[in-house]
Design a protein around this ligand. Structure first.
Ligand SMILES: Cc1ncc(COP(=O)(O)O)c(C=O)c1O
Length: 405
């Protein structure tokens, strides 16, 4: 191994990350994901924590009946799929899952990917090519950005959730078009997160639908943090607004659904197209059938238990009201993500570290995940947090913020 060459690839970047407080490392958990966990600290000590940092919003990962159903699927289908979907990997649980996603989302058809990341990358890069235009919210998730890069389409970024700015960039794109008889007519795609993962706010679906229609654009939304969370029964952004669906709906099975995988739901022709064109669908081994079965069982559970979605919503409201009562500057979140903006990177880290010492796990999110000077504590709630846990977290956090130097 040539250490010098390895250093030339990696050392500067790591040193720079250490110097500007952006070095990342992983936290080790000793217990499964739930509202209360044990973590292993750097010096090997076990520490109890109230977890306000999970994407498992409905806390389905620990429900006995769902765990048993997954274990049963392992016994029936084994530990892995053994092939790509288009070779030998396509098993009954994959098909059942896709049929159920389509039904749950109220779409004609659905196709699954191994992760939400792969769903975004594979969908955008197969729908658009280098002659096309993509209009993308400035706060879109990294997997959307990577999909756009891979497509080589011309990307026009609009200001976050700013519909006037979206109209402006669409016009700008139109002006940049070449009208030579041989030049191809660009496809136009508007793409946005449904729930923005660092802010917890929502895309304006009714207005996006209007703009897409007026400008002959396809509309794609990513419901990673919306599925199982938004709308009375957790069906997502369209149910929340009571409006029509986007043309292309992407989602993940790894957050509220508490399994693994990504999906695209929409017309049959779209999913057939992705089956034929999407490289992150074609050139990878299918997810383990037991994982597909677990995702399907968990989705069925959400379908049968809308009260779980309501419990999550009640908790978000209670947490907001507790923080407000304690004098913390926070906005009511329409999703399960509650950002408490601190601003300064070091101060946000300081509050988060102190919270952890006191048994409350709320991570600090800082540059480059959010803009410089916009560092924040990002609390995410679960349906199973108790009012007592939420009140404790709100009081302790308020006290630490009050005493920041
Ligand atoms: C908005 C958004 N889209 C997509 C993803 C990727 O989903 P997955 O974790 O299933 O790859 C995430 C987070 O992981 C996300 O926050």
């Amino acid at each position: 191994m040539n250490k010098q060459i390895l250093d030339s690839f990696t050392k500067d970047a790591l040193e720079a990350a250490r110097a500007n407080n952006t070095y990342r490392s992983m936290r080790l958990m000793e217990t499964p994901e739930s509202s209360h966990v044990k973590i292993r600290t750097a010096n090997g000590v076990s520490q109890e924590q109230i977890l306000l940092a999970s994407n498992s919003y409905l806390d389905l990962a620990n429900i006995d009946e769902l765990k048993q159903a997954m274990a049963q699927a392992v016994l029936e289908w084994g530990t892995g799929s053994g092939g790509a979907r288009l070779t030998t990997g396509n098993k009954m649980p994959h098909q059942e899952l896709e049929e159920f996603i389509a039904k749950f989302k109220g779409e004609e058809s659905a196709i699954t990917f191994n992760t939400g990341y792969m769903a975004n990358v594979g969908t955008i890069s197969s729908l658009c090519g280098k002659n096309d235009f993509i209009f993308s919210d400035e706060l879109n998730h990294a997997s959307i950005i990577d999909g756009i890069r891979l497509s080589r389409a011309k990307c026009f970024v609009y200001k976050h959730n700013d519909m006037a700015d979206l109209r402006r960039v669409i016009q700008e794109a139109e002006k940049s078009r070449t009208y030579a008889p041989t030049s191809p007519i660009p496809h136009k795609l508007i793409v946005t997160d449904a729930v923005f993962s660092m802010d917890g706010d929502l895309a304006n679906l009714p207005e996006l639908l209007r703009i897409a229609k007026e400008n002959d654009c396809l509309l794609m939304i990513d419901e990673a943090h919306a599925t199982g969370v938004l709308g009375k029964t957790g069906r997502g952004l369209a149910e929340h607004y009571g409006c029509a669906h986007a043309d292309v709906t992407v989602g993940t099975l790894s957050k509220a659904v508490a399994a693994e995988g990504g999906f695209v739901a929409g017309p049959k022709q779209l999913t057939e197209f992705l089956k034929n064109k999407s490289r992150s669908f074609i050139f990878t081994t299918a997810m383990a059938p037991a994982v597909a079965a677990a995702a399907c069982n968990n989705l069925r559970y959400i379908d049968a238990h809308p009260e779980r979605v309501q419990a999550l919503r009640d908790n978000v409201k209670f947490f907001y009201e507790s923080l407000k009562r304690e004098g913390v500057n926070v906005e009511q979140s329409p999703s399960a993500i509650v950002p408490i903006v601190i601003g300064d990177e070091a101060k946000a880290m300081q509050v988060s570290a102190k919270l952890q010492e006191l048994g409350i796990l709320i991570p600090a999110i800082r540059y480059p995940t959010v803009a410089k000077g916009q560092a924040r504590l990002r609390a995410s709630l679960m349906a199973t947090h108790t009012k007592e846990q939420l009140q404790t977290a709100a009081s302790v956090m308020a006290d630490l913020i009050r005493h920041l130097d």
